[in-house]
Design a protein around this ligand. Structure first.
Ligand code: SF4
Length: 223
């Protein structure tokens, strides 16, 4: 069966899948129009990620090897990004690692602020990371974990067929929008309350012009 392969210059940011699943317009404002606004949530999230990436690049904890800030990519999904933490659990059914004796199973762990969400946006991001690791390391990864800063707990995530299919379909749509530089119009919903871009979303524009064009025009008028 024909499988699309993306060139590196067409890769999208892996972490964008959680923005797109939260709201496709938010994703387009950040990744197509390059607008971003820090709020308390994004700053707290950034601090938590820095913590996950701190310390040694490689660490041994008993039968587990831990890497932090591991770059990953997938040519078939057309994405690249960084994994907060990837653990390698010693297991006879695993893969060999250069310079290490024995075999290991990769196990991605993503750090998040707050607590588990009602939606599956964090799960999609973690599954996309696992799918990158599978392609890079030629292996199968059945599960990983999400660690939440508020509950200080890990939530186990199983990478089911339906989650994998949702990752593929979501990324396909993101590529489609990105190629057309399409910013979806506003669809107000309850998620808007916690949206880091609600002040920049400018719902009054409808789909007549992009937010970045509007801002450029306003800045020009006032200059
Ligand atoms: S304010 Fe609402 S519609 Fe606008 S980007 Fe945020 S979530 Fe999407």
């Amino acid at each position: 069966m024909y499988m699309k392969v993306y060139n590196e210059e067409d890769f999208l940011n892996l972490a964008g899948i959680q923005h797109f699943a939260f709201c496709p317009r938010q994703w387009a404002l950040i990744h197509i129009e390059k607008l971003w606004k820090d709020n308390l949530r994004t700053v707290e999230g950034e601090l938590l990620h820095q913590k996950a990436h701190d310390g040694q690049a490689f660490e041994k904890r008993g039968d587990v090897l831990v890497t932090r800030g591991m770059p990953v990519f997938s040519s078939s999904l057309g994405i690249n990004g960084i994994c907060d933490v990837v653990e390698f659990h010693r297991n006879d059914d695993g893969i060999q690692l250069y310079g290490r004796e024995g075999k290991f199973r990769p196990y991605p762990v993503e750090y998040k602020r707050g607590k588990p969400k009602d939606s599956n946006i964090d799960i999609l991001q973690l599954a996309a990371q696992a799918m990158c690791l599978e392609e890079m390391l030629c292996c199968e990864i059945q599960e990983g974990s999400l660690f939440y800063g508020e509950t200080r707990r890990r939530e186990r995530v199983e990478f089911t067929l339906s989650v994998r299919e949702e990752v593929k379909q979501t990324l396909k749509q993101m590529h489609h929008y990105y190629e057309r530089k399409y910013t979806p119009k506003v669809r107000p919903s309850k998620v808007c309350r916690s949206c880091s871009l609600k002040d920049l979303c400018l719902p009054q524009l409808g789909d007549r012009q992009t937010v970045s064009d509007y801002i450029k025009k306003r800045v020009g008028e006032e200059g």
